[in-house]
Design a protein around this ligand. Structure first.
Ligand code: 13P
Length: 301
């Protein structure tokens, strides 16, 4: 049954000239059928450069919106429109404008985990892979960083600039279970602990490295360590295990994103059959948001 589902998805993908992009937090069966699995930056860049006319985005809504912002001529499909991101939803335009009024000399660097209309109000977007680079290249010594307070704090400690940090957080990473991480470290004392900067500072203090998901992949490739505790969404353990079958990985912190798991093979099949649900934005918002997203891809693309 599952094999038939997969064959039909692959057949329709060719018929509809579609490409399937999947974030590394997606369930294993979706990572397995995707054309590209990556972090939010890589997927944005792939969306911008793909020749396929349809992009099936297996991730959460802000990621599919970013693909649409960068590739307005393509049909961008999110197989489950309800796959949202509470972090992205914790910031709105009027509140950001109020903060900008309080700090008129600051430039706003906005994590891509944010709504398109808020992106439209910012100087540049960033991901966890390039946040420091984007902040350092912004022509101001004063930065408003939003909406993730943990990533903002992490970057502010590496920069000499003055930061005004939005008090938002990822519901999954911000409550990473410290006791679980410590228990894994006791079980695997030889392992390296890699954690995402969306986790709180007390977790970074235990870690060998604080990295976005793309950075974790590179780090493992360059390390001679055999075992790793992964302090980010559990899908990353599958991703790393497929890339490095000679190493061992375990989760750390019980970090689970239920929105990422709303995408299923059945929903992908439906999306390819009907070419819906399509991600669409008001063209004016899209154009303004494009400037901020494009600035990010120009800086690091
Ligand atoms: P990456 O940019 O590391 O892929 O992280 C995406 C994300 O949403 C983390 O919660």
């Amino acid at each position: 049954m599952k094999n038939e589902l997969i064959s039909e998805i692959l057949r329709l993908k060719d018929e509809k000239d579609a490409v399937i992009l999947a974030h590394s937090y997606q369930p294993p069966e979706i990572q397995d059928i995707a054309d590209h699995v990556g972090d939010s930056l890589q997927l944005s860049l792939t969306a911008a450069s793909t020749e396929s006319s349809v992009i099936v985005f297996c991730g959460v809504k802000f990621m599919a919106e970013t693909a649409h912002i960068l590739s307005p001529d393509k049909t961008v499909i999110l197989p489950e429109l309800d796959a949202g991101c509470p972090l992205a939803d914790c910031i709105e335009v009027p509140a950001l404008r109020s903060l900008q009024k309080l700090h008129p000399d600051a430039l706003t660097v906005l994590y891509v985990n944010s709504p398109a209309d808020v992106k439209a109000e910012s100087y540049a977007c960033c991901t966890s892979a390039n946040a420091l680079e984007v902040v350092e290249s912004a022509p101001s010594d004063e930065i408003i960083f939003a909406p993730d307070r943990n990533l903002g704090t992490f970057i502010s400690r590496k920069s000499d600039k003055t930061f005004h940090i939005w008090n938002g957080a990822c519901r999954s990473h911000a409550v990473a279970d410290l006791q679980d991480i410590k228990a894994r470290m006791d079980e695997w004392p030889d392992a390296e602990l890699l954690v995402h900067p969306e986790t709180p500072p007390e977790i970074w203090e235990l870690a060998h490295a604080v990295l976005g998901t793309g950075g974790m992949i590179r780090h493992v490739g360059e390390s001679s360590t055999k075992r790793f505790i992964i302090g980010t969404e559990e899908g990353m353990v599958y991703r790393l295990s497929t890339l490095y079958p000679d190493r061992e990985f375990t989760t750390g912190g019980n970090i689970y994103c239920y929105n990422m798991k709303k995408i299923t093979l059945q929903k992908i099949l439906y999306s390819l059959r009907k070419l819906e649900p399509v991600i669409e934005l008001d063209p004016r918002t899209r154009k303004k948001a494009y400037a901020a997203v494009a600035r990010m891809t120009e800086i690091t693309g």
